[in-house]
Design a protein around this ligand. Sequence first.
Ligand code: GLP
Length: 241
Amino acid sequence: MKIIKTKNYNEMSENAVNILINEISKKPDLVLGLPTGKTPRKFYKKLSKLCKKNKVDFSKIKTFNLDEYYPISKSDKKSFVYYMFKNFFNKININKSNISLLNGDFKDYKKECENYELKIKKSPIDLQFLGIGINGHIAFNEPGSDKNSKTRLTNLTKETIKKNSNLFNRKRFPKKGLTMGIKTIFSAKKIVLLASGKHKSKAIASMINGKISKGCPASFLRNHKNTIIILDKKAASLLDR
Ligand code: GLP
């Protein structure tokens, strides 16, 4: 596990952008795993700007998103599909048929998860970007998730619902999610986890220095052979120098 400590959120995002651009230059048809949340916003913004200036080409790139609320309609502003198109896909030259997202609107969620796994098997993920929850979750793999878990329906913890529903009506907020499993995430050739802010420092410390266990799903990443963690100063504040 390689750890990159940066000054601030901007520099964290810049580092992530540079890693992606370097990988695309080596493999223009890269298969990319993508997160949502506040953390990758600037990363997406910077990439969108560079794409507008023709400095990066997404025309051959395939993407898989990590997770989605369940149940949720595609037009719902809370949905990750809405987030991805608004913040990224509508701003870059990606071929829309190369985009894969878990459908939170599909009744047969088991079939949806099975199909997603099959699709990933056919186009294995080269580079997976990740955020981390304050309780150490990755995607919607909440504490208690098994290291062999695959794409599935999960129950969200109270703290995740509380944090993610910030701008919305908490009572009507989805209590479940569809998520790639830990094993699915692990199948990526390279993983890059981003974290910014003091509120992430505890989760980062237990991911890096704590026990590798279900209690902190992100800690399983220590067993992945090609993982980079990019932190800003505040997220790294509980780590030893
Ligand atoms: C959410 C998502 C995760 C994301 C995490 C952190 O629950 N399911 O994929 O990485 O929370 O979000 P944020 O970047 O907003 O802190």
